[in-house]
Design a protein around this ligand. Structure first.
Ligand code: NAD
Ligand code: DAU
Length: 336
């Protein structure tokens, strides 16, 4: 099987490449990645995949990459602008990549009749109240809050239209918050780990009570494989591992794991439009495809993640200063 993996130099995409090469050695992977600030060449070190530097909105490049793909091959579409705070500060690239880029890929998949799997997010459903048992299911209406989640919702709608109108052989998955190795230091968990490692204080938005439903990146990527191998064409599958925790609880766990005072945290001005809570009901994925998460102990998963960041300082250190400067500017604007 040949796979075109978009965004394969980012967090989830690079972990997908490594997991695939470990577990499905017959798969031949081509990565196409624009190598934006979010990519890291070191994330693909040791991978056998062919790596192509390019934009998913470049139709001619896509034709070239798909020229010798056959009916059993697939596109796995991870590439995106992925960070909410960036989308609030400057939404334009989110429209270009997440909507225009997905459109060009869908058109390329249609021209070459290639199976397409679209990676999306639970954020398209908006948020849930705190402290209720409610969870997202596949039929939950779309209600995105941020420019990022709105652009992902737009991309999902395009995929669904291409399935219905053109009969594109496609599937979608909407996953909750991922954690694990190779996640950019702008994101919540790596930001706090690397700040603590540098002797700083974790930074919590608002009250720190917002809840996310954490899943290890390898569990997400095994779910993607379950869908590629056994998923019904045209269907959407929600992916989550019952990992609900408030941001404050995550920081407390990280402080305990890393040997820091859990009360030495800074509360900063809240993210505008901040979603309160995400929670996934992954019943369809489990019942239909037999997928189960392997990382069911969040503390153990975080310990493994902390260990990875401690052992790979050279991977994250070059971006840390730039990211903290960016956050300082955002905080300054929000405090005004
Ligand atoms: P990331 O920001 O770490 O990586 C995105 C990758 O896409 C980067 O390597 C970047 O260079 C590449 N890219 C961006 N624009 C591109 C373009 N125009 N052409 C080609 N490549 C481009 O993101 P991530 O966290 O790995 O997320 C991957 C996907 O999973 C995204 O679609 C995201 O919406 C989705 N998702 C993420 C999470 C999460 O918790 N991180 C959860 C659910 C879904
Ligand atoms: O739910 C899936 C989504 O999860 C993905 O679609 C996105 O690509 C991914 O970035 C993530 O979005 P979030 O906005 O939930 O993740 P982030 O890591 O930015 O923040 C997680 C929570 O932590 C959120 O409630 C905001 C809060 N936060 C974040 C940062 C960076 C803080 O309290 N302090 C921080 O320093």
């Amino acid at each position: 099987m040949r796979l075109l993996v978009t965004g394969g130099a980012g967090f989830i995409g690079s972990n997908f490449v490594h997991l695939t090469e470990r577990t499905r050695p017959d798969a031949r992977i081509t990565v196409v990645d624009a190598f934006t600030y979010a990519a890291n060449e070191a994330s693909l070190e040791g991978a056998a995949a062919t790596i192509v530097r390019g934009d998913i909105a470049d139709a001619a490049l896509l034709d070239e990459l798909l020229a010798d793909f056959g009916p059993d091959d697939a596109i796995v579409h991870f590439a995106a602008e992925s960070h909410n705070d960036n989308s609030i500060a400057g939404p334009s690239p989110f429209i270009d990549t997440n909507i225009r880029g997905t459109f060009e890929l869908l058109e390329a998949a249609r021209r070459h009749d290639i199976r397409f799997h679209h990676i999306s997010t639970d954020e398209v459903y908006g948020d849930l109240p705190l402290g209720t048992p409610e969870r997202f299911i596949e039929a939950t209406p779309y209600h995105p809050s941020s420019p990022y989640s709105a652009s992902k919702a737009g991309a999902d709608m395009l995929v669904r239209a291409w399935i219905r109108t053109y009969g594109l052989r496609a599937t979608l998955s909407n996953c909750s918050n991922n954690y694990g190795p190779r996640q950019h230091v702008e994101k919540f968990i790596p930001r706090q780990i690397t700040t603590l490692d540098d002797g700083g204080r974790p930074r919590l938005y608002g009250t720190g009570d917002n809840v996310r439903d954490w899943i290890h990146v390898d569990d997400h990527n095994e779910a993607v494989w379950a869908i590629l191998e056994r998923g019904r064409l045209g269907e959407t599958y929600l992916v989550g591992a019952d990992g609900e925790a408030s941001n404050r609880e995550i920081v407390r766990l990280l402080c305990e794991i890393m040997g820091h005072d859990p009360d030495a945290v800074d509360f900063v001005t809240d993210r505008p439009g901040h979603d309160r809570r995400y929670a996934i009901d992954a019943g369809k994925l489990q019942a239909e495809l037999g997928w189960e998460p392997r990382y069911t102990d969040l503390r153990a998963g975080l310990e493994q993640t902390v260990d990875w960041y401690r052992k790979h300082r050279e991977w994250w250190e070059p971006s840390k200063g730039v990211v903290e400067e960016k956050y300082a500017k955002i905080e300054e604007v929000l405090e005004r």
